[in-house]
Design a binder for this molecule. Structure first.
Ligand SMILES: *Cc1c(COP(=O)(O)O)cnc(C)c1O
Length: 379
């Protein structure tokens, strides 16, 4: 049983300047089925009724932008993205606001990062306005899928792939840009728990001149084996060191890292500098701003594994946490490394970690005034 969206809306949104967003009728799952999913959405398991798709061809540019039924993509076995991973993505969330509206968080920053990822992988640019229009159109169409439970969100996944069927190694001439949406439950439904991390000394995530500073699919493929190794050793996540000296902390597989030095009002926040091998996280950037506004000193610089270890042991480093869109903030408790294990603080979530986490969640869920213009309302 499905109820169909009966109003065949004429395109009211433009994707690019000359390409309208065509809104097709889609089969909508019955409200009861949707509510059952939203009661316990998990992460990345369920998808909404619609998806956004636009096509690109060299010499023609973007064309055929549409909101259509969520479902399989017809794909030629020779599709370039399947062979050479010419594929990039973004991740952001839509949040139900207390006034009943829906907002995304700093989507312009995702659009800008997507543009840098596209450039690095020799893919066409999706103009910022087009990126925002696509995300807005999908959230608007599937608004009923934005969950309203505590810390629940609608996770949005814009991505682009080389869709040309061709096995030569060169930038493809044809691309698909898509946005799909997946309701997400609270990351810590039973309270915030610190993760344990394994410092990988066998593998590196990114080398200077590589693709570590952009969000491309291949980076994640290469992170799975080290992640498996961490799991085998009983750890939740992998910490990567720099590829050259194997000394400096870079980040986790999909999250940036912060260290708290000292405590109370004088606590200082330190995070590895963007050396070209780190992914510039929007959560990272937002937390630096929030921490400064709370009166804390924030420093971007190199942090060695040795500094982390000795600091944790002598009490200089009081807290550590990882951050990213999916989990917002995850405290780091135990650290395992070949050269010796250690615990940060007393192994429980630190006070500044929790304060920053609440502060950012309050902004995103509209529980405090959005003084920085970070929320993008979807009308
Ligand atoms: C996406 C990502 C992050 C976090 O970025 P946010 O914009 O905060 O979600 C951090 N590290 C890597 C490797 C990533 O891919």
């Amino acid at each position: 049983m499905t109820d169909t969206l009966s109003d065949s809306r004429t395109a009211s949104r433009m994707f690019t300047e000359d390409v309208p967003v065509v809104v097709e009728d889609v089969r909508r799952r019955p409200a009861a089925e949707r509510e059952a999913v939203l009661a316990d959405p998990g992460f990345g398991r369920h998808f909404t009724d619609s998806m956004f798709v636009a096509r690109y061809e060299s010499g023609r540019g973007w064309y055929d932008a549409r909101l259509t039924q969520y479902g399989p993509l017809p794909m030629d076995p020779g599709t370039a993205a399947l062979h050479y991973a010419q594929s990039i993505f973004e991740g952001l969330k839509a949040y139900a606001q207390p006034d009943g509206s829906v907002a995304t968080f700093r989507p312009e920053a995702n659009a800008a990062r997507f543009a840098r990822s596209a450039d690095r992988l020799a893919m066409p640019q999706v103009p910022e306005q087009a990126f925002l229009a696509a995300v807005d159109a999908l959230v608007d169409a599937d608004r009923a899928w934005v969950p309203t439970g505590p810390d629940q969100t609608l996770y949005l996944r814009p991505y682009m792939l080389a869709s040309e069927s061709f096995l030569g190694v060169r930038p493809a001439h044809e691309y698909l840009f898509l946005v799909i949406a997946s309701p997400a439950g609270a990351y810590f439904p039973r309270g915030v728990h610190p993760v344990s991390v394994f410092v990988s000394e066998d593998y590196v995530r990114a080398a200077p001149g590589g693709t570590g500073d952009v969000k491309c699919a291949g980076n994640y493929a290469a992170s799975l084996r080290p992640q498996q190794q961490a799991s085998e050793l009983g750890c939740d996540q992998v910490v990567y060191l720099d590829a050259v000296e194997r000394r400096y902390i870079e980040e986790l597989g999909g999250m940036n890292l912060f260290f708290v030095l000292g405590s109370g009002e004088d606590a200082e926040l330190v995070t590895p500098e963007l050396s070209g091998t780190l992914l510039p996280g929007i959560t990272r950037d937002s937390l630096m701003t929030v921490a400064r506004e709370l009166g804390h000193r924030v420093t971007e610089r190199k942090v060695s594994l040795e500094e982390w270890r000795s600091g944790a042991l002598d009490g200089t480093v009081t807290e550590s946490f990882a951050c990213g869109t999916a989990a917002v903030i995850t405290p780091v408790g135990e650290v395992k490394a070949r050269t010796g294990d250690f615990t940060v603080g007393d192994g429980t979530p630190g006070p500044l970690t929790m304060r920053l986490r609440e502060a950012l969640l309050d902004i995103q869920h509209g529980r405090v005034a959005d003084t920085r213009g970070w929320l993008h309302r979807i009308g």
